[in-house]
Design a protein around this ligand. Structure first.
Ligand code: UD1
Length: 421
């Protein structure tokens, strides 16, 4: 198993390009199942999760052509299987996103029931109840969700999601675009990745009102076409590099990014003392060599502070001036990085879903273990801050979400390399 070896102490400086968004790419890849003609996707990030989703489409018989620049043409006219097998779903929970499109277009879907993961139990009850509201029958059998549409296809429905769910909103939106009649999804998630998916569906011929709001109104159409779509920039990858730069008192510029999707994170970085400038498609951050100030935060659905950026801010707060409080409200076990950070000399106390972080002058290198995608990013940041050599184990978690992390970090002056295990 590969590891990352990081020698701390360098201040990040320089310029890098932000990749396409993983969390937008995955639902958009699932949405290609809805098209009667090929969909061409560009700006897909080169990541294990994206490869897994493409393998999933392929194993259903979907035609996939990839060129050397990761532009992918997907033709779902040749589909022969309507199943997401256990072997793929167990490696990537987002496989559940094929449920809505398969059911809407082909009237049937058998998707292995995704289990919990390191950060929480992560049920999919809202996805299933929403599909039932559209007339689907759902059985759980042999570890699989076996969903069938009624005669004549899914029916439009008014569905109130009792919790804000990103994946649930995406699945139900993709089901609704081909349902008979109008569907209203209330208390919908409005993350920028959902906006990207919805706009891609509109480019395929879907009729969706309220994009970007918590009430999506969808008039079902008989058929969707193909389209060409460029996936939005990854706001979490961008945020991770900005926090890493702030924590190391550095100065960086990110290209091909979108500041509008990152307001809550940029507010917190400014509060930490960062000088931030924004352009059409770039963001620059400069700490002018100063140590960051501790910032308190509470995660919540968009447009509030994203749970996917919580652990990176914790690593920065670990060496910031002052005391901060970080409260996680989305996932029940998403403060798992605390123990590894404390092993590196951080001073973090846990109380329920809140971490109290007292900033220390320096962290000390230690061998640490990645446990989930974003917690791993916090360990990389901590490694950049620590005195000595930090070895981060189980970095397959990082590779699920960060394209070429060591190359990009090296480009910014970090001393980091991959050690084959
Ligand atoms: C997506 C993101 C993930 C991010 C999360 C929250 C992708 C591929 N992943 O995950 O990076 O951290 O949004 O922004 O886009 N819930 C239920 N019942 C359901 C569905 C969800 O109780 O049917 C709960 C979950 O357990 C969790 C909360 O709702 O506590 C939010 O989860 P959700 O927004 O669905 O997260 P994902 O879509 O899995």
């Amino acid at each position: 198993m590969d590891k990352l070896l990081i020698t701390g102490g360098a201040r990040l400086s320089g310029e890098i390009r932000v990749s396409g968004s993983k969390n937008a790419a995955l639902p958009i890849l699932a949405a290609t199942l809805l098209g009667t003609s090929p969909v061409r996707l560009s700006n897909l990030p080169h990541l294990n999760d994206v490869t897994t989703m493409i393998s999933l489409l392929r194993c259903m018989g979907v035609g996939v052509t990839i060129d050397e620049r990761m532009c992918v043409e997907i033709d779902a006219s040749s589909i022969t299987e309507y199943e997401a097998p256990y072997e793929l779903v167990k490696t990537m929970r987002a496989s559940i996103l094929v449920l809505g499109p398969l059911l809407a277009r082909f009237g049937r879907a058998d998707v292995s029931f995704p289990g919990g993961c390191a950060i929480g139990s992560r049920p999919v009850d809202i996805h299933l109840r929403g599909l039932e509201a559209m007339g689907a029958t759902i059985e759980i059998d042999g570890g699989y969700i076996r969903a069938r549409a009624p005669e004549g296809g899914l029916r439009g429905a008014h569905f109130l999601m009792d919790k804000v769910t990103v994946g649930g909103t995406e699945n139900l939106l993709m089901a609704a675009v081909l349902a008979n009649g109008t569907t209203v999804l209330d208390n919908a998630a409005k993350e920028p990745e959902i906006v990207d998916l919805a706009n891609c569906l509109v480019a395929m011929g879907a009729k969706i009102k309220g994009i970007g709001s918590d009430r999506l109104e969808v008039d079902g159409v008989a058929e969707l076409n193909g389209c060409s779509w460029s996936v939005m920039p990854d706001r979490i990858e961008a945020g991770t590099y900005l926090v890493a730069a702030a924590a190391t008192c550095g100065s960086i510029k990110l290209k091909d990014t979108d500041a509008d999707s990152m307001e809550a994170v940029l507010i917190k970085l400014r509060e930490a003392g960062a000088d931030i400038e924004l352009g059409d498609d770039w963001i620059s951050l400069n700490m002018h060599g100063k140590r960051p100030r501790a910032v308190s935060l509470r995660t919540a659905p968009h447009p509030a502070f994203p749970t996917d950026m919580q652990s990176q801010f914790m690593a920065m707060n670990a060496v910031a001036e002052g005391i901060s409080q970080i409260t996680e409200t989305i996932f029940e076990n998403r403060l798992i990085q605390v123990h590894e950070l404390n092993r590196m000399g951080a001073n973090i106390a846990l109380e329920g879903n809140t971490a109290l972080v007292t900033g220390v002058e320096k962290l000390k290198a230690a061998p640490v273990m990645a446990s989930d995608l974003r917690a791993s990013a916090s360990l990389v940041i901590a490694g950049l801050l620590a005195e000595g050599e930090t070895l981060v184990d189980r970095i397959y978690h990082i590779d699920r979400g960060y394209e070429c992390i060591e190359e990009k970090m090296q480009q910014l002056g970090a001393k980091i390399r991959r050690v084959p295990g």
